[in-house]
Design a protein around this ligand. Structure first.
Ligand SMILES: Cc1ncc(COP(=O)(O)O)c(C=O)c1O
Length: 392
């Protein structure tokens, strides 16, 4: 079956936070390419499975069966060479929620936690809101690419109990390679630091790159790791609130489960189970076509920027569908950049500042939309009279 990713689907009045700008204090006429969900319909197999389950009409307490686990295991085995066991799994309402649970379960107030900014903002919140101490190993931006300062990483890890890894990395688009992951893992092992590996973007990897499951690199890494996965990014199911968290170390898993239960959580939502199983079972072809389309969008974005708005530089993404753009050459303050994008450009992107250290002067654009929508966004960006924008 050939999927049509060019089709523009009206998402207004569908409870979408992306498409209700006024709910977040933005003008109604902004084009929203901010939050990380896609403007594409989920695979037909997922839609059909949900409709069929909805027709059943009874939505009582539910739990997944062995077949649910088997399709997930197959997906990870075939794609990443990782074989997990069923009892490693806890289903949570989301990855962010699992990160909070892991932080509470496996560290104490005051303990140090390392993150690598600029990074997905809930990482910082999960540290600060739980009263842990934030250590930032800021990524190094040089020559249009990001890398890790391992010396600084080790200095921060030494003082910490936990590290939250983002792989592939949102927003800088790095797919950490085997050596980088191994180096981070060895340092964490050396200092007895637990790793939360957020691998939610695992399936969005562009040609020439490969995703490595951190816990699969080495048995010792597996022993210190909470691996957070979810079909929600891959198949656009975020509203169904379901994530699969794998912990092979029983001691860590028991603590995680205890905390999970102490939040009053027990059974997952039935629609999340149905969608996840259908997606991993039948969504491979859809994903393959989606990845081609997204690679095309990224190329379009890069070409457009270099031809029409050369002062905005795209950081070449290795993975994810989020593009990180360096707008520093425009010479605007972060607030001025934000205001100009929204007021003059009628564009709602994610401000670089929200990703913490290293985010100043950057914007993140969500490229998971039909190309005509991306083109519209880029035309809005081009039509801003940057030269005439007042410097505040
Ligand atoms: C790195 C990362 N982790 C987690 C999430 C959100 O996961 P969930 O909706 O399952 O909480 C996102 C969404 O953008 C993300 O980019």
């Amino acid at each position: 079956m050939k999927y049509d990713f060019d089709r523009v689907i009206d998402r207004s009045n569908s409870y979408s936070i992306k498409y209700e700008p006024s709910w977040r204090g933005k003008p109604d006429d902004v084009l929203p390419l901010w939050v990380a969900d896609m403007d594409f319909a989920a695979p037909v197999c997922v839609q059909e499975a949900l409709v069929s389950r909805a027709r059943h009409g009874i939505f009582g307490y539910s739990e997944p069966d062995a077949a649910y686990f088997d399709v997930i295991r197959k997906w990870f085995e075939e794609r990443f060479g990782w074989t997990m066991e069923r009892d490693w799994l806890t289903i949570t309402p989301g990855v962010v929620n699992a990160i909070y649970i892991a932080v509470r379960a496996l560290t104490k107030p005051g303990d140090g936690i390392v993150i690598q900014q600029p990074v997905y903002y809930p990482f910082e919140s999960s540290v600060k809101k739980t009263g842990r101490q934030l250590f930032v190993n800021e990524l190094v931006y040089s020559g249009g690419r990001y890398s890790i300062d391992f010396e600084d990483f080790e200095t921060k890890i030494k003082q910490s109990k936990m590290f939250i890894l983002c792989n592939p990395h949102n927003p800088v688009g790095r797919v950490w390679n085997r050596d980088e992951l191994a180096q981070m893992g060895e340092i964490c092992l050396r200092y007895g630091v637990i790793v939360i590996a957020d691998e939610i973007h695992q399936d969005f990897v562009f040609p020439g790159h490969k995703h490595f499951v951190f816990a699969a690199l080495n048995r010792n890494f597996a022993d210190i790791t909470i691996t957070c996965t979810s079909p929600s990014k891959t198949f656009n199911l975020a509203g169904l609130m379901s994530a699969n968290i794998f912990i092979s170390n029983k001691e860590l898993r028991d603590k995680f489960k205890w905390e999970y239960n102490s939040c009053g959580l027990s059974q997952p939502g039935v629609m999340g189970i149905i969608a996840c199983k259908a997606a991993y079972e039948g969504g491979a072809q859809w994903l393959e076509q989606l990845l081609d389309y997204l690679a095309g969008n990224m190329l379009f974005l890069k070409t457009y920027l270099s031809q029409h708005i050369p002062k905005i530089r795209l950081i070449e993404p290795e993975g994810t569908y989020l593009a990180w753009m360096d707008c520093n050459e425009l010479g605007l303050s972060p607030q001025n950049l934000e205001d100009t994008l929204v007021q003059k450009g009628k564009l709602w992107l994610s401000s670089g500042l929200s990703f913490g250290k290293g985010g100043k002067g950057f914007e993140r654009i969500n490229a998971a939309c039909p190309r005509s929508v991306l083109q519209n966004a880029l035309e809005r960006l081009k039509n801003i009279e940057w030269e005439n924008t007042e410097r505040k």
